[in-house]
Design a protein around this ligand. Sequence first.
Ligand code: HEM
Length: 335
Amino acid sequence: MPQTRPNPLHLAAAALAGMLGAAMPAAAQPSPDAIVDAFEAALGPIRTHRPSHPKGVCAAGHFTATPEGTRLSVAPVFSGQRNTALIRFGVAGANPNASDSARGTRGLSIRFESPSGDLFEMANISAPVFGANTPQALVDGLLSRANDPATGRPNPERAAAYAAYVAANPSVGNQGRYLAANNPPASFATTPYWGVNTFLFRGQDGQQRPARWVFEPRAGVERLTAEQMQSMGPNFLADELRRRVATGPVEFDMVLQFPGQGDDLLNPTVAWPDDRPRTVVGRLTVTSVEAGPGGPCDPISFMILDQAPGIEMSDDPVLQARAAAYAVSLSRRTP
Ligand code: HEM
C-alpha cells in the first residue's frame, strides 16, 4: 500500500469550499455546504462514513499511460511513467452495510501519484450516467426524500415538485433505467466504471479535446444472474476481489471517448452514443487489497481540486460542484 499522507489538495479544500460557495450566486448553484446539508437531511448526519459509497474496500496498484495517452494529455499522470495508485472500490447508497447483491452503482475511486509527487484524483461509477443534471436537481432530489422536522415525514409538496421536475427532465431517469436493465456486477473487477463528466484533455500538440473516460475491465464484463442476486448475500465483493488479486493482477484499460456532432458536453445524465471514437489511454493494475475494512482510503476524498494542466474541468455544472462538496463532506467526517 502507498503511505497515507494528507493530500495537500484536501488541506486547502475546506477553506476553498467556503470561498467557492460564497462566490456563487445562490440561485444558480447551491453552495458546497448546502449540498452536503441536503445529503445529511436525507441520509442522516455525517459522522465517520462518506455520505455516498460509504461501503468500500481499499486497494493499491499502479497506472501507466499508453503512448496515445501521453500524446493526448500533458498531465503528469499521462507521462508514460508508472504512477502509484491508491484505489477504493465502493457500493453506492448511504448505508455502510449496503448489500453487494442489490441494484445500484459500484464505485472505482483512484488517487494517482506520479514519480515526481503530482497528485490526480477521480471517482467513477459503474453506470455511464449520473442521476442529476444540475447540482440543484441533486439537492432537490435529496430534500424530496428528507423527513420534515415538523411531521417526521417527507414533505409532500417538495416530493411533488421534484416529481414534476423529473417528468419535465426525463434524462434524470437514465441512470435508474440503466441499472434496471443491467444486473449488478459479479465482481468489482468485471464492470466498466465511467467518469461520467466531460473533461478537457490538452495534448502534446497544445490542442484541447473534450472527452469522457471509462475504465474497461480486462477480465470482461460479468454480472450477477437473477438467481445470484438472491443467493450471493450482502458481502461477497471485497473477498472476491482479494481472491482474484491473490492469483494475478486485476486490470482495467482507461478508454477516452470523444463527442460527435450535437453531443451534449455539459449534461452528465446523457451518455454519448457508443459509436463515438474511442482510444485506450492507460492501464490500471490492482496489485493488493486491504485485508479488512479501513486503510489509507478512509481519511481522503477522491476528488481533484486543482486539476493538472492537461486534464481540465469542462463547464459541466455537476462536475464544477463536486470538488468543493467532497471537501466539505471530508471535513465533516474527519473532525
Ligand atoms: C453535484 C454532483 C455531485 C455531488 C455533490 C457529489 C457529492 C459526493 C460526496 C459529498 C461524496 C462523499 C465524499 C467524501 O466524503 O469523501 C461523494 C462520493 C462519491 N461520488 Fe459523488 N457527487 C456528485 C457527482 C458524482 C458523479 C457524477 C459521480 C460519478 C462519476 C460520483 C461518484 C462518486 C463516488 C464513486 C464516490 C465515492 C468516492 C470514494 O470512494 O471515496 N459523484 N460524492
